[in-house]
Design a binder for this molecule. Sequence first.
Ligand SMILES: Nc1nc2c(c(=O)[nH]1)N[C@H]1C(S)=C(S)[C@@H](COP(=O)(O)OP(=O)(O)OC[C@H]3O[C@@H](n4cnc5c(=O)[nH]c(N)nc54)[C@H](O)[C@@H]3O)O[C@H]1N2
Ligand SMILES: Nc1nc2c(c(=O)[nH]1)N[C@H]1C(S)=C(S)[C@@H](COP(=O)(O)OP(=O)(O)OC[C@H]3O[C@@H](n4cnc5c(=O)[nH]c(N)nc54)[C@H](O)[C@@H]3O)O[C@H]1N2
Ligand code: SF4
Ligand SMILES: [Mo]
Length: 679
Amino acid sequence: MTTFVNQRDGIFPSVCPLDCPDQCGLLLHKEDGKIIKVEGDPNHPVTQGNICNKVRNMKERIYDKNRLQFPMKRVGAKGEGKFEQISWEEAIDTITSRWKKLIDIDGPESILPYSFYGNMGNLTAEGMDRRFFHRLGASQLNRTICQSAGTTGYKYTMGGNIGIDPEDTIHTKLFIFWGINAVSTNMHQITLAQKARKNGAKMIVIDVHKNQTGRMADWFIPILPGTDGALALGMMHILFAENMVNEEFLQAFTVGHHELREHVKQYDPLSVSRITGVPIEDIYKLARMYGETTPSYIRIGNGLQHHDNGGMSTRTIACLPALTGQWLVKGGGAIKSNSGFLAFNEEKLQRPDLLINKETRVVNMNEIGKKLLELTPPIKSMYVYSCNPAVVAPEGNKVREGLRREDLFLVVHDLFMTETAKYADIVLPSTSSFENTDFYGSYWHHYMQIQQPVIESYGESKSNVEVFRLLAKGMGFTEDAFTETEAEMITRALDHPENPYLTDIQYESLIEKQYVKANVKPLLPGKLPTPSGKIELYSEKMKQDGHPPLPTYFPIVDDGDFPYLFVPAPNHNFLNSTFSNIQKHQSLEKEPRIHMNVLDAEAEGIENGETVMVWNQRGECELKVSVGDNVLPGVIVSQGLWANIPGTKQLVNTLTPDRLSDMGGGATFFSGRVAISKL
Ligand SMILES: Nc1nc2c(c(=O)[nH]1)N[C@H]1C(S)=C(S)[C@@H](COP(=O)(O)OP(=O)(O)OC[C@H]3O[C@@H](n4cnc5c(=O)[nH]c(N)nc54)[C@H](O)[C@@H]3O)O[C@H]1N2
Ligand SMILES: Nc1nc2c(c(=O)[nH]1)N[C@H]1C(S)=C(S)[C@@H](COP(=O)(O)OP(=O)(O)OC[C@H]3O[C@@H](n4cnc5c(=O)[nH]c(N)nc54)[C@H](O)[C@@H]3O)O[C@H]1N2
Ligand code: SF4
Ligand SMILES: [Mo]
């Protein structure tokens, strides 16, 4: 396994570890034991050698002078960032002896893991860590910050995270990019769309911001935030009214189309136009283009999911392809996420059987600020890895106040001294993915990939898997689960007879081929994983769960008397907060800005380029204004999760609500309101 590491020169296969649907194949060029170049692997069937700027510059991040090299303990105040080097032995001993005491006095639920997908490797993100915290009996984290609203909503309609094969979209004739900034966040879907456009395909973008993706569309449709469900219902109204639906398909493969036909009569184009801000004639035009073009494909993004009604909006849009029978056409249908096809055996990888106390409390990660401050009995220790909550979680002031609590024993494992790590009692250095063994499954294309270590661990850094092994040993856990090798863990995870798509994917085939495709057949005809086995336009399950059983529009929650809806989205050159600390990426993005409509700016007396205060009941930021017509009046958009450089006030999550969405306990980053004041 150490073969790549021992070869000082050469070109080695690798995987992009970032939380990005494309999951590119990479080639790492090594000279004298160091990576000198990162490039795309032309042999990857989907990504074909093209990678984004972020990762082309990845070697600078790997060898950045600020990368953490050894464990440290805090010597200054929480948040101040003063630390002193300690040994791994001391670090593990400090953590485990503190935890043993906590377990004796307060019970294991006083300890909370907090993590997300800073590295998408399955062993790193949800492998040995899960085993460890199950065995510990810690409070459990509900990992809802990204896509859980939409996943839950989509599942009601389609049964799981399953869509079409993106490779088929070269045949597509109409692309609808709906709430996704794909130029930045799913670039190879754009490459496929561009190929299809050469054969006459059209590209529609529905977004609240005319960003890079909107600008390259044949038709950009600006929409008011959180109203996408209404637009989809308006389209359905027209599709039924003008007989553009595929009756045969509806009859054979759906449940509830008669009910839906009656139900959508109330969503007439005039009402929908008033809700969405989309002109009536455009609603007709959109519905007719959709009704008349085949194959048509909807790429559903995160933009519409990060709202109070994000689950229902996604559930609603997911019904559209069924109305015109698109699921039977190559290149027709939708993708929200395709992670279901590459699902591994969670029981074997994560070992929930190790959970002695089956009733451990569950904390929703979106509410971490509030929970750190208010939960009783309190969280006494938090272990953060692969995540940067001080920057990425909503109600940022509460999050940072919680992290600052003197009685909170905070451990952070990361590659860098993040905003979160500054509050830690113990900071542990993490390897990069290029230093580890792990397996990766995309949530967009159908390939599983393997990473074998290419370079030596940086300084004294250790992988998540190694650290949890050490912690298990320190806690005195003797189960075999904690001594398994990475190869053994991968083998177990891929032994999953319940997932018929994994038949060709084993540890050995991954080592041999690097990329192995899931054995996916078209979804239909066939039985879907919904209760009825069909597409559920009407869902009895939703009714049982307390939701309207038919797709229904309801507005986002009243967030207070502030004039603007605030959408703080990701940017092009960072990945969430990753890279926000790297000079090169910062200078590519220049500075954090808000986009504001020229009419609003005039009414406020604000000039292009002016720095203003953006504020609400939760806090304030100071950001530069870019005045233009790329957002609708009443909407403000920012891009990027910037680190808090001293002297600035640019943590946008200071302003975002920690309300949970309608489904899946999801985040509502984009459903907050703000006011603007001149400085
Ligand atoms: N370059 C880059 N790539 C990334 C990331 C990154 O930070 N940077 N993050 C990664 C991660 S973790 C994820 S989850 C994905 C997310 O990537 P996407 O799925 O693209 O989601 P977002 O970028 O959150 O938002 C997409 C778009 O939704 C728009 N939007 C906001 N509210 C609404 C609405 O109510 N309706 C509509 N129609 N549009 C709305 C925003 O303006 C934005 O253009 O990207 C991944 N890839
Ligand atoms: N306002 C606003 N907030 C958002 C969003 C938004 O669109 N707007 N998007 C949300 C979404 S979709 C997501 S997914 C979250 C993402 O939020 P996070 O999961 O916090 O993602 P990152 O900010 O990329 O931070 C990941 C951290 O993991 C570290 N890391 C990388 N690899 C490893 C490893 O192998 N081991 C360890 N221990 N650490 C590692 C990185 O150095 C980095 O500090 O943010 C959410 N927050
Ligand atoms: S971030 Fe996305 S596009 Fe960039 S290299 Fe990684 S997987 Fe590819
Ligand atoms: Mo995400």
